[in-house]
Design a protein around this ligand. Structure first.
Ligand code: DQA
Length: 136
């Protein structure tokens, strides 16, 4: 099974960025743990701060991979383009967030991704990604 984790803007700063919200582990460290935990899964990881690059990555993997785990970060709440891309591809997308966005500012309560997603997992810290992999 081939699954890719796609992370959006500012998630490259995990570990340093608002640790009280996002924790103190870098994603690279966490990703190594995931690879150890899911040895039977071909796991890949892509991160970009650029909206168009995220859309292009969805197009690239969205007709051949078995699953996509997408944390579009702030673009979740703003990007019609990313939402359309999720609907345009064939590979199922699980939307993930580290924090419980519904407990936070109102502008984080809207998602342009959810209506095209297979499911949504949020609020469990980095464990949200583990639950997403298990869902495939
Ligand atoms: C986030 C939540 C978003 O609102 C925020 O912009 C992020 C991270 C999360 O994983 O909790 O950058 O997607």
């Amino acid at each position: 099974m081939k699954i890719i984790i796609i992370n959006g803007p500012n998630l490259n700063l995990l570990g340093k960025r608002e640790p009280e919200v996002y924790g103190s582990q870098t994603f690279e460290d966490f990703f190594s743990e995931l690879q150890g935990q899911f040895k039977d899964v071909q796991l890949e990881y892509f991160q970009s701060n650029v909206e168009g690059e995220l859309i292009s990555k969805l197009h690239e993997v969205g007709f051949s991979y078995d699953g996509i785990i997408l944390n579009a970060a702030a673009y979740t709440h703003t990007s019609v383009g990313l939402g359309d891309a999720v609907k345009a591809i064939q590979t199922p997308v699980v939307e993930v967030h580290i924090s419980n966005t519904h407990k936070r500012e109102e502008y984080r309560h809207t998602s342009f991704i959810s209506s095209g997603a297979k499911g949504v997992i949020l609020g469990f810290g980095l464990q949200s990604y583990v639950l997403a992999i298990q869902s495939f």
